[in-house]
Design a protein around this ligand. Structure first.
Ligand code: SAH
Length: 563
């Protein structure tokens, strides 16, 4: 189970059971039906779409409802067995735990864990599992089954009465009730060597191997594969790639780790790869083969114990506020974050966060300091998120973060895995609610003179009005700048007709949002505050009544020709 499970509930009656399951899986998040459930981490409107979405993303599902509902909902998606997340139905009162799907993803293990937490029995129906007390085809973390199809035949042979013996070290099978016999023909072989496939053998690779590589090689994955082969080691036994910190940002290394499906870790640069690897894995025996160093340990290697990971810094946009308007990549980034930095209001908007995620809330104006702090954390190997509302590149943190990096000579900052993830900006969210006021050329401006002279703002306004662009004003007014919007509107009125539509969106996508469409003649600064987005139409922007009340505002895509 790699991802945190989703606990899906339909009503408040399931909440107590959901919370008990959450005690067993603290990372699990509760998804509650909107309007019925009040306390949950996520709220959904359609049960079917939610369940299918989670299944398709590979998220383990714990549905607190009838097994039949879950089966019917997921039925259209059930294709190949094998690549699916665990799916369980749990009785609302916690009295029954039924594993439904995901046998190879550990559903029975989860069912047992949950049943234990709830003080009931799990409804296990898998024959091999019942007979042997474990799923032989789903070895624990640190071990990998060589061939699933061959494995299935092997298990049916054992169910048909064949005896088995274990070769190698398989601690998790100590508790299993296997038909063991020293003279058995069938063997469960656990090891890390390359072996020819045999019908009588269930081959399980122990992921006991780490390989240290140097940067600069073109095809690192090929080099690693060839070296492992030369050393007689199965590729599936590889648990981690290790490289020197100076090569942290090298794309070839990251591609290789992806191709080999292993973790990429980093250690302080040493004289040679063998020394570096020996230092990172002191218990293992290390050899050099084909230009790489190979370490073989006695037990599976825990990737997190080898060197450290590359730090990551993501500057994310939450969108205007509503969860549906947050892009999925941002949601996923928040889930993986170890540290979350930002203005307190936005950090709260990004929540709920888990207890293990560190929140660093700062004042809205300390942007450069916050950007530097983010790099300091990421340079230590942490996964850091800096939050902005709307889009992070629109009058927000992305530019501050890049400025901090541009100014820095610290190589560790430049090696950080930096990514900017976009969001729905306030002007776009407001425009969508009003219709399509930004349907033709438009100009985006911040009216704040905190970081630029007011004279520039007036000049740009004047030129944008001359160009007949629709105007989108961010930061239109604030307590410390109460008079400037009035001055800005004077400039606009020199060019635009009093009938020009103006859209005012306040707290769009947040509780208590308001949307008004007024004319330029009606507009007074008192209608606007710092939580308002102001969209001033061009000469072609027009409105017409909507049946539901109010008006649609839009700017046509065409423009009258000059002739
Ligand atoms: N990065 C943000 C903008 C930050 S500047 C974005 O892309 O949306 C802050 C200004 O954005 C506010 O003064 C206000 O004018 C506008 N704004 C931000 N969120 C808003 C919302 N939900 N509704 C209306 N205006 C908003």
């Amino acid at each position: 189970m790699n991802r945190a499970p989703a606990i899906v509930i339909l009503g408040p009656g399931s909440l107590a059971t959901a919370r008990r399951i959450q005690q067993r899986y603290p990372q699990a998040q509760i998804h509650g039906l909107q309007g019925r459930v009040e306390q949950a981490e996520h709220f959904y409107e359609s049960f079917g779409d939610t369940l299918r979405g989670l299944y398709q993303q590979g998220t383990p599902i714990i549905a607190l409802c009838a097994a039949g509902i879950v089966i019917r909902t997921l039925a259209p998606l059930l294709g190949e067995k094998g690549d699916e997340p665990p799916v369980l139905a749990v009785a609302e009162d916690g009295s029954a735990v039924v594993p439904l799907l995901g046998g190879l993803a550990g559903v029975n293990v989860m069912a047992r864990e949950m049943a234990e937490a709830l003080g009931v029995n799990a409804a296990i129906t898998t024959s091999g599992e019942l007979r042997f007390g474990t799923c032989l085809l789903n070895p624990p973390q640190g071990y990998a089954l060589a061939d699933l199809e061959q494995g299935k035949r092997f298990v049916s042979d054992l169910l048909a009465g064949e005896a088995v013996r274990i070769e190698g070290h398989a601690p998790w099978l100590a508790q299993a009730q296997l038909p063991a016999s020293d003279s058995a023909q069938r063997t469960i072989h656990v090891g890390c060597s390359v072996r020819a496939a045999s019908r009588d053998e269930l081959l399980i690779h122990a992921r006991c191997v780490a390989v240290a590589v140097a940067g600069g090689s073109a095809d690192v994955a090929l080099q690693v594969r060839e070296s492992l082969h030369a050393a007689g080691i199965a590729e599936a036994s590889l648990a981690a790639l290790l490289a020197g910190e100076a090569d942290m940002a090298e794309p070839a290394l990251h591609e290789a780790a992806r191709a080999l499906n292993v973790g990429l870790r980093f250690a302080p640069d040493a004289d040679n790869l063998q020394a570096m690897l020996a230092q990172a894995l002191p218990q293992a025996s290390v050899q050099t083969v084909g230009g790489v160093a190979i370490a073989i340990a006695d037990a599976p290697v825990d990737v997190h114990q080898v060197g450290r990971k590359r730090g990551r810094l993501a500057v994310i946009g939450l969108g205007p506020g509503a969860a549906e308007l947050m892009v999925p990549a941002v949601r996923a980034e928040l889930d993986r974050a170890e540290d979350v930095l930002g203005y307190e209001t936005y950090v709260r908007m990004a929540g709920p966060l888990r207890d293990d995620q560190v929140q660093h809330c700062t004042d809205n104006r300390e942007e450069m300091q916050r950007a530097r702090h983010a790099f300091e954390l990421a340079a230590q190997g942490r996964s850091v998120v800096v939050v902005s509302s709307g889009d992070p590149g629109v009058f927000a943190m992305a530019a501050a973060v890049l400025e901090a990096l541009h100014e820095s000579t610290d190589p560790a900052w430049h090696r950080v895995d930096l990514e900017i993830l976009p969001g729905v900006s306030a002007s776009l969210a407001t425009a969508a609610q009003a219709g399509a006021p930004l349907g033709h050329d438009f100009c985006v401006m911040s009216l704040s003179d905190n970081l630029k002279p007011w004279s520039i703002i007036e000049k740009r306004l004047d030129l944008a009005c001359q160009a007949d662009l629709v105007l989108a004003f961010y930061n239109p007014i604030s307590k410390s700048r109460p008079h400037q919007l009035g001055v800005a509107l004077e400039v606009v009125r020199r060019h635009r007709d009093g009938n020009t539509p103006v859209v005012l969106g306040r707290d769009i996508g947040r509780p208590g949002q308001t949307l008004r469409v007024v004319t330029l003649a009606e507009l007074v600064p008192e209608m606007v505050d710092m939580r308002t987005m102001v969209l001033v139409g061009s000469s072609t922007t027009c409105t017409f009544p909507r049946l539901a009340g109010g008006v649609w505002a839009y700017t046509p895509r065409w423009y009258p020709s000059a002739t």
